[in-house]
Write a protein that binds this ligand. Structure first.
Ligand SMILES: *Cc1c(COP(=O)(O)O)cnc(C)c1O
Length: 426
């Protein structure tokens, strides 16, 4: 915010829930001031003076007929990830004002990301359209090098390495992005399995950071094993900020490539992510990604707006008061807990996952003799309520976190929960 023009900064300070519109309108105002225009309905920049969606409510989704939800579940892609920072929206609007060579922009963004994160000298970065895209293009680059014939040829791996080693417990839906390159995943459990599995066809050793506790080989041992055998190591750390230090920890640990989501806790553009890694691997990942045509990654286009928005989001995230933020997340959960546990039979407990979504979580459960309501019934009643609230449910109760709530939404959750519980009191 420090280097922001005054006009925009004031608009941000006055930002409300409908604030995206005010930020963009602010951009238009700023652009007109800079260009010396005062009384035009549309600035030469193309940003309309008065922003409207498909009506005048400010909620473009409801205007299209889709009910928006209060998100107590966290950074879920199926709900739209996270809400980008106003600074990010403003920078994206500025980014939309010019044409620019995308490859040069990626290289410049990478240079800035390396500086911001103070990464080792042999590291570079690019902005991808998400962590999943980073996994695919990162691996593609390892497989093809800078060989144009190989780049065109993927996912036909003739002449290239063709295997990726992964711990069995680290398999998840996102390894589809690895398989899309044509490789075969070789599952292992022990160090001995790894040693036995490495051969001339081994291209990479993949680690899924959130599964650290589940696998026998931990994050630091995995990269050591990879280095001993001169195999590139990848860490999918998509949802692994906070803590902010994870953004450089895995590079310092020696991982060759690391992917982060931009549209989760960093609150960058929804369709953005970071691929950080050794210079050569990053250059080859970019060769396999949009804007380069006839590549596997051409379908994972990153826009100029996402690239600058991602860099801005990172800058803001690094400058944020992380302990104040965490305190606020706890305050929200505590305030919900204090009210709902007054309903006879209702109790709460708290935890913070070690890795991935390392933020305060609350479990809400109740005595079935006092409340005749199953957890999944509670979740769907909240989901179908007005306003609609999304919490997770399990056999034992409801689950929620508070880091994606907008200010004040914790009060709505309290009202709805108390009402629901009271209606089902035995
Ligand atoms: C969210 C997530 C991804 C995908 O990230 P995108 O930025 O949405 O592409 C990959 N791996 C893990 C573990 C994730 O949590």
């Amino acid at each position: 915010m420090r280097s922001t023009p005054m006009a925009i900064r004031n608009l941000w300070n006055r930002r409300t829930f409908l604030g995206s519109a005010s930020v963009l309108a602010g951009m238009a105002l700023h652009a007109r001031r800079v260009l010396g225009f005062t009384k035009v309905s549309t600035a030469p920049t193309g940003i309309p003076e008065k922003l409207t969606g498909f009506g005048s409510t400010g909620n473009v989704y409801e205007e299209l007929g889709v009910t928006t939800v209060i998100n107590g579940q966290g950074t879920m892609t199926y709900l739209g990830g996270s809400l980008p920072r106003p600074e990010v929206e403003a920078v994206m609007a500025l980014g939309a004002q010019h044409f620019v060579p995308i490859v040069e922009l990626e290289q410049a963004a990478g240079k800035r990301i390396v500086e911001l994160l103070k990464l080792p000298a042999d590291y570079d970065a690019i902005v991808t359209c998400g962590a999943a895209a980073g996994m695919q293009s990162g691996l593609a680059g390892i497989l093809t090098g800078n060989n144009p014939k190989f780049i065109e040829q993927l996912p036909d791996l003739t002449g290239m390495k063709s295997e990726v080693i992964i711990q069995k417990s680290h398999r998840n839906g996102f390894d589809h992005q690895l398989r899309a390159t044509g490789v075969k995943l070789v599952e292992v459990e022990t160090r001995e399995d790894v040693k036995r599995s490495i051969n001339g066809k081994t291209a990479m050793m993949h680690f899924s950071n959130f599964a650290n506790a589940a696998g026998q080989i931990k994050v630091d041992d995995w990269v050591t094993l990879a280095r001993e055998n001169q195999i590139p190591a990848f860490n999918d750390a998509a949802a692994d900020t906070p803590p902010v230090s994870h953004l450089w920890d895995y590079a310092n640990m020696g991982y060759d490539l690391i992917a982060f989501s931009g549209g989760k806790a960093i609150r960058g553009p929804q369709c953005a992510g970071l691929l950080i890694g050794k210079k050569e691997f990053i250059a080859n990942a970019l060769l396999n990604n949009s804007p380069h045509e006839d590549t596997l990654g051409r379908g994972m286009k990153v826009g100029k707006e996402e690239i600058v928005g991602m860099v801005k989001a990172l800058e803001c995230y690094l400058n944020e008061d992380h302990s104040a933020l965490e305190k606020e997340w706890w305050r929200r959960l505590d305030s919900i807990s204090a009210e709902i546990t007054r309903v006879p039979g209702v109790a709460t407990s708290f935890n913070v996952p070690d890795v991935a979504n390392h933020v305060p979580h609350m479990r809400i459960f109740w005595d079935p003799r006092k409340l005749s309501l199953l957890p999944h019934e509670a979740a769907s009643a909240l989901r179908n309520g007005k306003p609609s609230i999304v919490l997770s449910s399990s056999e034992s109760g409801l689950g929620m976190n508070s880091f994606m709530l907008k200010p004040g939404e914790e009060k709505i959750i309290v009202t709805q929960l108390v009402q629901l519980f009271k209606a089902h009191a035995v």
